[in-house]
Ligand binder design. Structure first.
Ligand SMILES: Cc1cc2nc3c(=O)[nH]c(=O)nc-3n(C[C@H](O)[C@H](O)[C@H](O)COP(=O)(O)OP(=O)(O)OC[C@H]3O[C@@H](n4cnc5c(N)ncnc54)[C@H](O)[C@@H]3O)c2cc1C
Length: 508
């Protein structure tokens, strides 16, 4: 039987791996992981991402070793590595999952495709998430297709005849030109750690998920924390979805008093798993949104390049707005923060500081261990008001601080310059005598004035006649058919500054 090369990308597991299952049925499998040094020079990649990814690759190598195989770790340009394999082993069949990555991985995949065609190599790609590739995409039936895929049986780990191969050690971060970036609390990489988190979330930590997900004080425990495991594929989306569904079913017959709270949490969680693929689908359908706004009428609205001083103050957590700075410093140390804080940080960059989401988004991308381009760029644009179809939602840093950190202890912990400030004024230190916090900067901008300017700029564009036409086109291409816009009728209120949707505005 001919050789099957299984190219592991961001799907670092053996279970529920469609490409591996198919490859194993076709012949001996050579498992391959390619470290691409050029990828690690990109502005959306970072030390912390590499450290987590590296840990997952090492974990996968152990799992393959336990079955008597060797993960072939190679380094270099993907086409060059594959060509070297071809020269060494002769023709093979190539297998992988479909990847919806950044523009660089997209271009690399196109090069691999051209190479494979020229060499007569067949490259089979299998779906990894509920994301659809190709011309047949129909947003009206997308959700049903997602559901159907998630309900297919989880694929058991196949019996694999591993082909003999050689490997090299994984490079260190320094060999890839990366530098420690302030991460202090990296989540433990690998499949076992992901399963442990999933189990503790479903049976222990997740009860107050819906109520506690918005505050950074409680979210660390109450959220699943599964995002990096999904990003690098240590767990499959289907495994997570089905485990949550099983838990929900079991709750239906439970007599436990906490049943209702748990069920609500499980439903919210499952909805978010759906959003994961819903957002990645946007990038799959329109790769340009990595750089261009969904609604092209916003091209050039925010000046580029960004004001370097404002960008640096925001990125380093010294804007003079305590809750913003605390959230940013927490993110820098953890490589993760909850949804509400991500949205608030992006909103502050986009509205208060009038920074382009492309540049601010790159800073966040590097800070997120779970960086997932499809979710990330869609969210960055949503929180900057450049989708054309979402409510413009400006977060007030002071109100968010009072709501999500009422005692101010999160601020005191992450902004030690304010550790001695007592009471509610920790949220507004500019109202104190300067001597109370001499090392903390004054506010970088006036929130009210700055955001009034930003809203005015956006709504002036939204009022133009073409805005409605463009919004309809964006909705047709990307909009969720379950969202308020679909229920209202497509174009309804698309140009209205007062149009309101749900708090999370996830109807994009
Ligand atoms: C500006 C901005 C950028 C973001 N960038 C990323 C990113 O690069 N990678 C990423 O995984 N998430 C991103 N998110 C979405 C969300 O904040 C994270 O998925 C979530 O905080 C991860 O923590 P968790 O795994 O504990 O989530 P949970 O609340 O436990 O949710 C479970 C899973 O559902 C998915 N999910 C949850 N919320 C969302 C959402 N709003 N949109 C899409 N999928 C969601 C994720 O896969 C997550 O792991 C971003 C949000 C914003 C506002």
């Amino acid at each position: 039987m001919s050789l099957q090369v299984l190219w592991f990308k961001r799907d670092l597991r053996l279970a529920d791996h469609a490409a591996l299952g198919a490859a194993a049925a076709a012949g001996p499998v050579l498992p391959l992981f390619i470290v691409e040094p050029d990828y690690w020079q990109l502005p959306d990649t970072s030390f912390r991402q590499w450290e987590f990814w590296r840990g997952c690759v090492a974990d996968l190598a152990d799992a393959i070793r336990a079955q008597g195989g060797t993960l072939c770790i190679a380094q270099g340009d993907a086409v060059a590595v594959l060509e070297a394999l071809r020269q060494h082993h002769g023709p093979f069949t190539l297998w992988s999952h479909e990847e919806t990555g950044n523009g660089w991985t997209y271009a690399r995949d196109r090069r691999v495709k051209r190479w494979a065609r020229a060499q007569g190599i067949t490259w089979h790609e299998r779906r990894q998430f509920g994301v659809l590739r190709g011309p047949g995409l129909n947003r009206d039936i997308w959700a049903g297709q997602w559901e159907a895929l998630m309900r297919e049986p989880v694929l058991i780990q196949p019996h694999v005849h591993w082909a003999a191969t050689q490997s090299m050690p994984l490079p260190t971060y320094a060999e890839l030109g990366l530098h420690p970036d302030g991460i202090q609390f990296l989540q433990t990489p690998g499949r076992e750690a992901g399963i442990t988190l999933l189990t503790s979330f479903l049976h222990d930590r997740g009860q107050q998920y819906t109520r506690e997900m918005s505050s950074p004080v409680t979210a660390e425990q109450a959220c699943s924390r599964l995002s990096p495991y999904l990003t690098y594929g240590a767990l499959s989306m289907r495994e997570v979805f089905q485990a949550a569904e099983r838990r929900l079913m079991a709750l239906h017959t439970s007599s436990d008093k906490s049943r209702a709270g748990w069920a609500q949490s499980m439903r919210s969680f499952i909805a978010r798993l759906h959003w994961h693929c819903h957002f990645i689908q946007k990038l799959e359908s329109e790769p340009e949104i990595e750089h261009q706004p969904f609604a092209r009428m916003y091209v050039g609205m925010r000046p580029q390049p960004a004001d370097p001083d404002k960008l640096a103050a925001w990125a380093e957590g010294r804007t003079g707005y305590p809750f913003i700075d605390a959230a940013m410093r927490y993110l820098t140390a953890h490589g993760w923060i909850n949804f509400r804080m991500r949205a608030m940080l992006m909103s502050f960059a986009a509205y208060d500081l009038w920074l382009p989401w492309q540049e601010a988004g790159l800073i966040l991308a590097r800070k997120f261990v779970d960086f997932e381009p499809g979710i990330h760029w869609s969210q960055c644009q949503m929180q900057s008001g450049e989708t054309g179809i979402n409510t413009v939602r400006v977060y007030s840093p002071v109100k968010q601080g009072h709501d999500q950190d009422p005692k101010g202890n999160f601020i005191r912990q992450w902004v030690p310059e304010l550790a001695q400030v007592k009471g509610a004024l920790v949220h507004e230190p500019w109202r104190l005598d300067r001597s109370a916090a001499p090392h903390y900067p004054p506010p970088i901008v006036d929130h009210k004035t700055a955001t009034a300017f930003a809203k005015d700029q956006i709504f002036t564009r939204r009022k133009q006649a073409e805005a409605r036409v463009e919004a309809d086109a964006v909705f047709r291409r990307h909009g969720s058919r379950a969202g308020p816009r679909a229920r209202r009728g497509m174009a309804a209120r698309s140009a209205s500054p007062s149009g309101r949707s749900g708090q999370l505005s996830l109807d994009l």
